[in-house]
Design a protein around this ligand. Sequence first.
Ligand code: NAD
Length: 261
Amino acid sequence: MTLKSKTALITGSTSGIGLAIARALAAEGCDVAINGLGDAADIEKERAGIAADFGVKAIYAAADMTKPAEIAAMIAQTERELGSLDILVNNAGIQFVSPVEEFPIDKWDAIIAINMSAAFHAMRAAVPGMKQRGWGRIISTGSAHSLVASPFKAAYVAAKHGVAGLTKTVALEVATHGVTVNLISPGYVWTPLVEKQIPDTMKARNLTREQVINDVLLTAQPTHEFVKPEEVAALVVFLCSDAAKQITGANLSMDGGWTAA
Ligand code: NAD
């Protein structure tokens, strides 16, 4: 229980990687605020489950990550209800796959807002409290696509490269305040986000489902294995530890060797 008395907000934690991160932080004794879209009853079940399984305080902070005012209100709610915000995990994200000339403008705007600008708005609101307390951890879920591109993912690749730059900038600004800012960049993790892009990738590349999984997704990763949400969560927990306090401004790949090639 290394994070007892700490508090965390994990955006996009009603599913996939974010949910694994919320549970891993709670397992270390951290009080958590979860956020994300979904059925109200399912979200309440998840919130209550975290509280019961780990004996921590768990709240739900509703905010649509496309809305800057809702993001600021979510940070304020977390600080008010949990007493502080020590760990911010910017994780909410969506994907859309299409050739650039057909890329719907509303999808571009939504991906830039949720996958990139939301991290700025959350950091902007969370940094003052962290500086005041002299301790903080800001971790964003990047992607191998923060370092390299794949065709048909113009908005996603642009947004993830943007968060990589934002991470480095804010890390420099808060370096003397006990606050670290890092990006974790996974390869393909088997979550609803990956599952949902398979039909569009089949269409864009004229492939079968099996071909997309084996010849597009897993072929990118030399280990030929998906990353597990729990593996990303374990790195988040490590970055929150005192042993990791000199790791800041880093983009940590967890991609089965993808970006080594
Ligand atoms: P997911 O679809 O399982 O979860 C996405 C979460 O974001 C959900 O909780 C969803 O409700 C939330 N969300 C989406 N739009 C939102 C909005 N407007 N407001 C609030 N919440 C919103 O996907 P995941 O795979 O767990 O993805 C989580 C993060 O990991 C994303 O940033 C994604 O880009 C990144 N990532 C995923 C993979 C992968 O292969 N799955 C790889 C690298 C990076």
